[in-house]
Ligand binder design. Structure first.
Ligand code: PHE
Length: 451
């Protein structure tokens, strides 16, 4: 990249920083914890094919659009909508609400990862109790997971109070590649276990007879969640982007990294799962049970790998959750004139409360239901199946019908300095195809849930 030999490097440096921040937001629990268990619950290969179609046809274009809106206005989500057309402020506010709801359960799982770092040290892998039972007992305990969740949230609060750019970025730059390398190592181990072939078949031989409206909605929701789309997060990141950066290329890179990590997590987990004779549809415990089981097979060194894995998972979760917290905090600062510290503390307190409810819904409060599900599932389903997809649909309608085509062309081609021959295709996708596609998937999904 350094063509001139002086000065130019800085440019590359900022680009790298942006890509890492956006990829840091995207790559998180969604890829390593959620993607595998959604795949397991939705029949394997067919779900992955649907997921990839959603990413390619819908989410990639939505990401480009979010970057474009952010960079055009240089404002975070709510402000961005508001300046372009103030009737659309609600769409930004919907994103802030989504961030709140996601942070109603995300810190609970972040806390599990935190706890598993310590548990890996203290005999989880060699315990006489089956690893699956350890997990079940842990998450339903009324105190322990709440303790770890609060630590996880406290780290978020400290980071966001200081502004995101400091330590977390550095930690991310080291630990994200570590996570990647570990996933590759785990995958190799997993594939070479006797009986692993069934897992690969489960992942890569799609059986479409298991697909219904719900599967498609689950795939779409997962794609939005995993890519941090449909709630203004990528609008906010786009607002920091330099006018010279190529939006399309950046979106493509982030999407490829995110999808790569998700697929890799699947390859790490399913071959081992089948080799151990476990059930693919075990739900949220999947990564916390299968990965330690793989490491337990390795003897003493396994504990070291396990510690490393959960540190990396926790940091991946952290680089995502700070972006969620920041969406709410930026809103309070920009629109409500709140001081950063105060905004962070108020937001953190509310999230602690909702996360306590979510954590307790795994045990003590498992009988308390909202619309037939516990708090954890309620927050999860509400965002992943409804809010994010609707947020994405609103964004597409807004960009396609309420922004000027020339302005968009200007953003996507950097004022005509780069060629974006696919512009018309992107524009028509955003304007016509994506809003209709999301509406159809949402209606089909909701109808098949009712049945
Ligand atoms: N993409 C993150 C993950 O995969 C979660 C997230 C969703 C972050 C929405 C920001 C906005 O874990």
């Amino acid at each position: 990249m350094d063509k001139s030999g002086n000065g130019k490097r800085e440019n590359w440096g900022s680009r790298f920083g942006f890509i890492m921040a956006a990829a840091g937001s995207a790559v998180g629990l969604g890829n390593i914890w959620r993607f595998p268990y959604m795949t397991g619950e939705n029949g394997g290969g067919a779900f992955i094919v649907l997921y990839l179609v959603c990413v390619l046809v819908i989410c990639l274009s939505v990401m480009i659009a979010e970057f474009a809106v952010g960079r055009r206005t240089s404002l975070a989500a709510v402000g961005a909508y508001k300046t372009i057309d103030n009737r659309w402020t609600f769409a930004g506010v919907l994103g802030v609400i989504s961030a709140f709801f996601i942070m109603g359960f995300y810190p609970v799982v972040g806390g599990w990862a935190f706890a598993y770092i310590v548990k890996s040290f203290s005999g989880l892998l060699s315990s006489a109790v089956p690893i699956g039972d350890v997990f079940g007992a842990f998450i339903s305990n009324p105190i322990q997971p709440i303790f770890w969740m609060i630590i996880f949230l406290a780290v978020n609060v400290i980071i966001v109070a200081k502004g995101i750019s400091g330590g977390i970025e550095k930690a991310g730059k080291i630990l994200m590649p570590t996570l990647f390398v570990l996933l590759i190592l785990i995958s190799i181990r997993s594939i070479t276990l006797p009986g692993a072939g069934a897992g690969l078949e489960f992942l890569f031989k799609p059986k479409f007879d298991v697909v219904n409206g719900q599967t498609v909605l689950a795939a779409l929701g997962q794609a939005f969640f995993s890519l941090s789309l449909g709630m203004g997060c990528m609008i906010t990141y786009g607002s920091y982007l330099d006018k010279k950066e190529d939006l399309t290329k950046s979106a493509l890179l982030v999407t490829m990294m995110d999808t790569g990590v998700a697929i890799l997590a699947g390859v790490a987990i399913f071959p081992a799962l089948f080799a151990f004779g476990m059930e693919p549809a075990v739900g949220p415990g999947l990564v916390f049970v299968v990965v330690p089981s793989i490491f337990a097979e390795m003897g003493g060194i396994g504990a070291v790998f396990s510690v490393l894995f959960f540190i990396a998972l926790m940091v991946a979760a952290l680089t995502s959750s700070v972006s969620l917290l920041e969406v709410v905090v930026a809103y309070l600062i920009d629109q409500k004139n709140m001081e950063r510290k105060k905004a962070v503390i108020v937001t953190g307190a509310i999230m602690t409360f909702t996360s306590i409810l979510s954590s307790l819904s795994m045990g003590l409060m498992s009988g308390v239901k909202l619309f037939g599900v516990g708090f954890f599932d309620f927050f999860d389903i509400l965002t992943d199946k409804i809010f994010l997809a609707i947020g994405g649909m609103l964004l597409a309608i807004f960009v396609g019908w309420f922004m000027k085509k020339e302005d968009l062309k200007d953003e996507l081609t950097n004022g005509g300095t780069i060629k974006f021959g696919l512009f018309e295709i992107w524009y028509n996708l955003i304007k016509y195809v994506i809003p209709v596609a999301i509406a159809i998937v949402a209606i089909m999904g909701i109808r098949s849930i009712e049945q």
